[in-house]
Ligand binder design. Structure first.
Ligand code: HXC
Length: 258
């Protein structure tokens, strides 16, 4: 389906809409244009009566997070609205009236991991890797990760991932409940489409209501709002440019806590 998008493509296979993130040169890192394209694509699929299930995947990698180079150019006074916008797009996935399956290949880091955990179900290829490495940049997760990860894997595991920034493999991700299932990399889309097909055969209104009710239990809004606020505060510290510049210069950061 030609959407005119540059980095977010969409293919329709009967009742299944497949969104692919495609920005190979930056490991599918999300810039502002891509967030825009992703939001528009989700709206299209939400309104498309033929589509019953959505799959989100990536070309080679799932997504290495927000575009760090672009983020470095955002002024501290503008970061809150950027973060709020990211939340809006990620919330669209969670609040969509159709199930969304993440089919994860390669890296799902930072905002990419947050994108995956906002989906209803996650299937990973064996070589997939997950992490919330924002602390390495002097930041915190800013697309809902501080709230959704602990609900998914428990507070202890979420704290370990977010505070150490460590990257875990698909097997560990499965063992802590971060992904539903791990399959051979070459069978990832087959497995995701099979599961999507099973759900697509069920009664759409019942599926939508079940999803809505399970999400209702999460009571996430207050924490999400606070995350936006504290992300902006972190972004205003001097450790943030140190962390981001260290990444861009491929060196270790020296954080001072100011
Ligand atoms: C911009 C990125 C990027 C990112 C990778 N690249 N991740 N560019 N934003 N998030 C670019 C690299 O700069 C590099 O460009 C190219 O992709 C290939 O990456 P390499 O680092 O050379 O590859 P490799 O050594 O294999 O390491 C892969 C990697 C690493 C582990 C994924 O790139 C990495 O750690 N990336 C950053 C992950 C991260 O910190 N994500 C969180 C972002 S903050 P060049 O030009 O050198 O070839 C975030 C916050 C969300 O997501 C909330 C915001 C409000």
């Amino acid at each position: 389906m030609d959407t005119g998008n540059e980095h977010i493509t969409v293919e329709k296979k009967k009742e299944i809409g497949i969104i692919t993130i495609n920005r190979l040169e930056a490991r599918n890192a999300l810039n502002r244009k891509m967030l825009h394209e992703l939001g528009d694509t989700l709206t299209c699929l939400e309104n498309d009566l033929q589509i019953r299930v959505v799959i989100i995947t990536g070309n080679k990698d799932f997504c290495a997070g927000a575009d760090i180079k672009e983020m470095n150019e955002i002024k501290p006074e503008e970061i809150e609205s950027f973060c709020r916008w990211g939340h809006k797009v990620i919330n669209q996935i969670e609040n969509m009236g159709k199930p969304v399956i993440a089919a994860i290949t390669g890296f799902a880091l930072g905002g990419g991991c947050e994108l995956a955990i906002a989906c209803d179900i996650r299937i990973a290829g064996k070589a997939a890797k997950f992490g919330q490495p924002e602390v390495n940049l002097g930041l915190i997760p800013g697309f809902g990760g501080t709230q959704r990860l602990s609900r998914l894997v428990g507070i202890a595991r979420a704290k370990e991932m977010i505070l150490t920034g460590k990257i875990i493999d698909a097997k560990e991700a499965e063992s802590i409940g971060l992904v539903n299932r791990v399959v051979k990399d070459e069978e990832l889309m087959i497995a995701a489409e099979e599961m999507a097909q099973v759900i697509a055969q069920k009664a759409p209104i019942a599926v939508k209501m079940a999803k809505t009710l399970i999400n209702e239990n999460q009571e996430i809004e207050r924490g999400l709002e606070k995350e936006i606020n504290l992300f902006a505060q972190c972004f205003a510290t001097r450790d943030r440019p140190e962390g981001i510049n260290a990444f861009l210069e491929k060196r270790k950061p020296e954080f001072k806590g100011i």
